[in-house]
Every structure is written in structure tokens, then in C-alpha cells.
Write a protein that binds this ligand. Sequence first.
Ligand code: ZN
Length: 438
Amino acid sequence: MLPHTLERNPWRDNLDFNCASPFIGRLVTFLDQSPTPWHAVDQVSSRLEHAGFVRLDERAAWTLEAGATYFVVRSDGALIAWRQPTEVVGWTIFGAHTDSPNLRVRPEPVMKKHGYFQLGLEVYGGVLLSTWFDRDLSLAGRVAIANEGAVLTELVDFKRPVGLIPNLAIHLDREANGSRKINPHEELPMILSRAETDAELDFKDLLARELDRSADDISAFELCAYPVEAAQVVGLNQEFLTSARLDNLLSCFIATEALLNNEDAEGVMVVLNDHEEIGSVSTGGADGPFLESVLRRATIDADFERVRVNSLMVSIDNAHGVHPNYASKHDEGHRPLLNEGPVVKVNANHRYATTAITQSVIEQAAERADVPLQYFSSRADLGCGSTIGPITAGRLGIDTIDLGCPQLAMHSARETCGTKDPELMLQLLTQLTQRDLI
Ligand code: ZN
């Protein structure tokens, strides 16, 4: 069942994703409706409200009742939701991040060059730049509206291709298949339209039209370019799912489902942080005070230090599956495959927060849930990514494990994961919501 707040995506009305599973159908709808972190949080908020969760205001005093469900949104891009326990003993926290590497619109973006109007873009996070060329691109984000001294934010989504970044023809760059380097400043401005000699383009006018407002209402904006191509089930046996932003909306979706599906599980909390791709230092990032602040308030009268050591953080972020054409990039003993189960991420230098203790907790839960596990440990001569796990463990002193579904082409504009792993991850998280079993 799709919540009533999620519209079908007009680009794939003829496709039936229930052929893979209703769960995959909900997932692809979420991916398509969440072109930015702010849209992702909006989508999750709608689902939570639909399920009876009460939205709390951080500026107000909270009166929390045992058995009730709550959520808080910070700066539109981060969200924490939980079931309030009868007695706060310890929390089981599922964490993921809402942001993905992408291209973001500059404050004064319009350029008029060589007969074209173009949009100046900044690179957000570790973008695989070559994958953004020759794609039909749209724009979405949030807009600040000045309101008599206060500021409101509104989401905007153009929902149609409004521009593109064409490649240079190979005849004009004979090195294109060899040693091509991409200069993001020179090569990424996005073409919006042809420009007549005396024509002007006011970007705030464009935004105002999309929002059905006057340009004077708009004071500032944060906008992302995004590929309009919808998520798709791919493969001879429908074993793959391709989409933008699988890292890490896939994990946001699974964590939310785990919270919504397990109505009897007390003390379960979901934290969806923003700004992971750029280091997590922000008001809604894992290296900010958001989680600690909510944990302290939701812990009410219990001894926070005792609650802290009785808590478990499960940091969920996609893992590198082995690519058959580049298998040597993985350590021989650690080559996760798509559709073979969640990946436990381990790193001696604590780029992942997994410890022998938390690994053992997960292995016991996986055995009970009958979920296979795989392991990732990077080659000694290659670095590995990191995620919110080590940051949260370091800030809060909560035992943490780093897990993720295996995927290919991480940080591409079009990423690939398996269609079975997300449900296996959900089974594992569901097991973890049964606190007496961990
Ligand atoms: Zn990630």
C-alpha cells in the first residue's frame, strides 16, 4: 500500500513494480519523490504522520507519553523519529544519511555564454563527475521565503528536464577515452536554453513561477540538479535496482520501514542525518548536536549515562559490492555480492565503527532472523570511505556497528543495488528491534 501522500511518478506510469515486490514498489516511489535531502525528509515526515507519529517542535517544551510515537525535523534535511518506551533503559538507534553527492546551484547562477543561458553549479561531496554528462536534468530544493521578520521554507521541484550538460564530441577531444580529466568549474555549467542577444534570464523569476509566488517573496535558495530518469528494476531476473541517490536513501527507507513495521518495539529510534557526504559537520549532521539533544530529551528522568551504555547504534550506509570488471579493487576475502545479504563493514583504523562486540551482536541477530551476512574490509593499499557510524560512536560513546546493502557505482548519478538485499536488511533490523534478543 502506498501512503496517500506519495504521488506516482509520471515518467513511469506504465510500469508495475509490484512485479519485484510491493516493498520495492514503495522504495522506488520514495527514491523518485526524493530528489533532495529536504524532499526525502518531507516524504518520511508524511509517512510518519500518516502512521500517527506526532511532530515535535524543538523550540517548545515536550511532554512525552510512554507508548506514543514522535519525530523531530531539523533544518528540513535531518529527522529523528522514535517510539517512546515505558521505561527508558537503552535505545536501539538506526542511523542513515539523507544527502547524496550531486551538483548544486550557485547563489547567482545564470551565465550567458556563446548564445546559451547556463546555470553555474557547485560540486557537493564526492561526485563521480563523468556520470552527469548527457543526462536530462531537473532542479529541486528548498526556497527561503521572507515573512515579516521570520523565514519560511518551501520545497520546489521542477519535475521535468530543464537542462543538460552535453559531452564534448570525441572528434574534438581524442583523449576522451584515455586520459580525460574533468575541470568542474569549466565543464559543468548546465545549459538551460538558447539565449537571444538582448534576452535576460532572472533565476528568481523562474523559481517564483514554479512556486506560484512573486520573485520578491524569494530571499534565498538551496537547489540541486538531479537526473530525471526514474528508478528501474533491471536484469534478466529482475535482480537489480538502478536509481540516483541509492547512497543513502536506500538505508533511510529501510530504517523508516523498520520503525513503522514494528509497533510493539519500544525504545527504537531512527536518525536520518544530513551532510554526511561533506563531513557531517552541521546542525543536522552526525558531527553536530542533533542526536544527543533528542536522546537527552527523550530519555526524560532516566540516568543518561546508564542509558547511553545500554544503547546500540546501527549505522546503515551502502557498501561496495565487487564489480566483476574490477574485482582486484577488493581484498580477496572480502568481496560482497549483490543479493547475498547485508554487509558488515570493518576497518582497523575505525573508518567504520564496527567492533568485535557489535559484530557479535549483529551476527546473533542475523542468525535468529535467518539473514546471511557478508563482510567488507578494504585492500591495504586503498583507502575506504567512512560514514556516520564512527562519528556518532565518537561523539556519544554508544557502541556502534556499520552495515550496508552492497551496491555498484557508488556516487554515480545512476547507482545499482540488488532487489533482494533491502528486504534482507529490513529483516535484520526488525530482529534488532526486539531488544531482549540483543
Ligand atoms: Zn553514503
